[in-house]
Design a protein around this ligand. Structure first.
Ligand code: NAG
Length: 450
């Protein structure tokens, strides 16, 4: 698609008349949200778009695959630029192939979808302003709120809602990218992921290694980095909110040490992979959140409120509240030896808890809240996804991690999931009905949305 989208669409229409069901129009599912700026809330008609990585990638004037399983077709894709010229990414059957459905203001994403051509695992969608632009948000001085149902998000699964500094048009026109936001291009985050098939309008063909565990994924030479504000990384057993800083602006295609993943070294690159995470359990309140939790009961839906205190491009504090059963619930309070009883993210909170846990404070080194604020002020895109973790089995969210460390040591225990849980093959086989529901998304002035 990166090349000649319009041409391909015309051919697809032709082909469809001849071979029913082989090709797919791209119709973005609608998702209503509310803007509560200036005193009252009003409905905004948005849509969501599926990330390009999930889509069928094939020869522009045919049905042959450019990418199949977890490998590139080296005839069509001898190098990144040629591949972008030769290959198209296809429209999506959102519910049938990818398990993504919307109804009014509610989005449901299923973990496992059996379809005509195989099995789809997880999905990632972005909120759109119109058919060729992502909806941009500047969260500073504002509040972002949504309802979530994590009752079907078990150990090892992450139903995530977060913001990243992606380009509004998905990088349309950059090198061979003629698909753009309409096809969900331009993803980046603070892990500088290498599994993205096209970055900056070129296929990530060079150095591509098929994944050992994931039959649909692999990693290429390039990573795609940008600042990330995780509002919600969670399942029924654990939840965290986490700003991640980078020294770069917008989408940055990294290579080598700047991606900070050479020889397992996660530090020293352009982005802060750890982030400054606020996890109720890890910070010492183990009963607060979970099935039958004393404050937030994950057996039932609830509302998540996140407040970004500050003004201009100056971000000073990130606060959390919940609402469940009509009650407003204040955030859990830090209960870690040697750390004050914080209840929100500030630079001082990050410094103090990281010192207590013996974690390097790369968040501060790469910009801290001031760097995060500068990024948020440039505008971020809303991402919603469900995923399983082939690398660390999500143990960093819901169990003890690293698994070879003493769980009694501060900062190691993050949730009650067993350390052998979260193996994707097991989760996919045993909990295929896992899904996350996000609804009633609201954005507005502080204290206006709940
Ligand atoms: C690889 O691409 C070529 C065209 O460049 C095509 O003829 C061939 O069928 C493709 N292979 C597969 C396995 O799809």
């Amino acid at each position: 698609m990166y090349q000649r989208v319009a041409l391909f669409s015309a051919l697809a229409a032709l082909a469809r008349a001849q071979q029913a069901g082989d090709q797919q129009d791209e119709t973005h599912p609608s998702l209503t949200w509310q803007d509560c700026s200036g005193g009252s809330c009003s409905d905004v008609s948005g849509t969501v778009v599926l990330d390009s990585n999930w889509r069928w990638t094939h020869i522009i004037d045919g049905y042959e695959n450019c990418y199949e399983g977890n490998e590139w077709n080296t005839t069509a894709c001898p190098d990144g630029a040629t591949c972008a010229e030769n290959c198209a990414i296809e429209g999506a059957d959102y519910s049938g192939t990818y398990g993504v459905t919307t109804s009014g203001g509610e989005l449901t994403i299923n973990l496992v979808t059996e379809h005509e051509y195989g099995t789809n695992i997880g999905a990632r969608v972005y909120l759109m302003e119109d058919d060729s632009n992502y909806q941009m948000f500047n969260l500073i001085g504002k509040e972002f709120t949504f309802d979530v149902d994590v009752s079907n998000v078990p150990c090892g699964v992450n139903g995530a809602l977060y913001f990243v500094e992606m380009p509004q048009d998905g990088g349309m026109g950059v090198n061979g990218n003629n698909a753009g936001a309409a096809y969900g291009t331009g993803y980046c985050d603070a892990q500088c992921p290498h599994d993205i098939k096209f970055i900056d309008g070129e296929a990530n063909v060079e150095g591509w290694e098929p994944s050992e565990g994931d039959e649909n994924a692999g990693t290429g030479q390039y990573g795609t980095c940008c600042q990330e504000m995780d509002i919600w990384e969670a399942n029924s057993m654990g939840a965290a909110y986490t700003p991640h800083t980078c020294t770069t602006e917008g989408l940055y295609r990294c290579e080598g040490a700047e991606c900070s993943d050479v020889d397992g070294d996660r530090y020293g690159g352009v982005c802060d992979k750890d982030g400054c995470d606020y996890s109720h359990y890890r910070l010492g309140d183990r009963e607060y959140y979970g099935p039958g939790g004393t404050s937030v009961d994950t057996n039932e839906p609830f509302t998540v409120v996140t407040q970004f205190l500050g003004s201009g491009s100056d971000l000073t504090e990130i606060r959390r509240k919940y609402v469940q059963g009509g009650q407003v619930i204040e955030n859990s309070v830090v209960n870690v030896e040697g750390v004050e009883a914080y209840d929100s993210i500030t630079d001082q909170f990050c410094e103090d808890y990281k010192e207590a846990f013996g974690d390097p404070n790369e968040f501060a080194e790469l910009g801290g809240l001031s760097g995060m604020g500068a990024s948020l002020a440039r505008g971020h895109v809303l991402v919603m996804s469900i995923w399983v973790d082939f690398y660390a089995h999500m143990l960093w969210l819901d169990s003890s991690y690293p698994t070879d460390a003493d769980p009694e040591q501060p900062g190691i225990a993050r949730g009650d999931c067993p350390t052998d849980s979260g193996v994707p093959e097991d989760v996919i086989a045993n909990q295929p009905d896992s899904n996350v529901k996000f609804s009633n998304i609201k954005f507005g002035d502080i204290d206006s949305t709940y």
